[in-house]
Design a binder for this molecule. Structure first.
Ligand code: CDP
Length: 229
């Protein structure tokens, strides 16, 4: 990447806990703004999935790191998003199984994994302006972004949404427990834990539809732009 490449790109940061509606909202928002959508969690899931494929559990840090170093991650634009391939294969459904869900937070807590993923994420501005969702986008990946949002929702609503998405693969109670476990690891880990950026706008989406949330964010971006000009 050249020194000034991506300098004109704008990044909208959308952070929040698991199943708070970030993906759907971020994708729709990116479409409305004409920006590219980036799912940062997919990269942590990708590292986890690649390791699991080789029989390496998420808790075997040394082997997870060797596997990450040996895999070739490449990025490209598809369907309004920046997506990635691992050794030429683009995992999609493979990233969202319950096995990956169980292993991803321990993997994402490993400092070396975070350093690598943050480097990849920062490099994506070379593709243009982005709506990037995750846990630490406003606090760590793009702390200078003027547009930061933190999406939350009541735990029961998040569990219900995720259970619907997973189409009966696991019970509602298991989904609730799995989210709780991940939230705990994500907010307690030492490096870049999930927390609200001081200058983020917090949106509690409990009982709100996707379009309502997108409208609130678009209005806020417009207001901040008007203030800045
Ligand atoms: O879609 P969901 O909210 O369930 O999770 P995700 O965004 O796919 O992220 C999966 C996991 O990756 C999270 O539980 C975190 O452990 C980790 N993650 C992270 O640490 N930092 C990010 N910026 C994004 C995800």
């Amino acid at each position: 990447m050249k020194a000034d490449e991506g300098a004109a790109s704008v990044v909208v940061a959308i952070d929040g806990p698991a199943a708070s509606g970030k993906s759907t909202v971020s994708r729709r928002l990116a479409g409305a703004l004409g920006y590219l959508y980036v799912d940062s969690g997919a990269l942590y899931r990708g590292v986890t999935w690649a390791a699991l494929e080789q029989g390496i559990p998420g808790t075997d840090t040394a082997r997870v790191l060797s596997c990450m170093a040996a895999c070739r991650f490449a990025f490209e634009v598809a369907d309004g998003a920046v997506v990635f391939t691992i050794d030429g294969f683009r995992p999609v459904g493979q990233l969202r199984t319950e096995t990956v869900n169980r292993n991803v937070s321990p993997v994402a807590a490993v400092p070396e994994v975070r350093v690598q993923v943050v480097e990849w994420l920062r490099s994506l501005v070379r593709f243009g302006s982005l709506v990037m969702e995750g846990r630490d986008i406003g606090t760590k990946v793009f702390p200078a972004s003027p547009f930061k949002f933190y999406l939350d929702a009541a735990p029961e609503e998040r569990a219900r949404r995720r259970h619907e998405e997973m189409a009966g693969q696991v019970s509602a109670a298991e989904v609730g427990e799995s989210l709780k476990r991940r939230d705990l690891i994500d907010s307690r880990r030492q490096m870049d834990p999930l927390k609200v950026a001081a200058d983020a706008r917090v949106i509690d989406s409990t009982g709100m539809g996707v379009d309502d949330v997108v409208q609130v964010i678009l209005a806020d971006i417009e207001a901040r732009r008007a203030c800045a000009s």
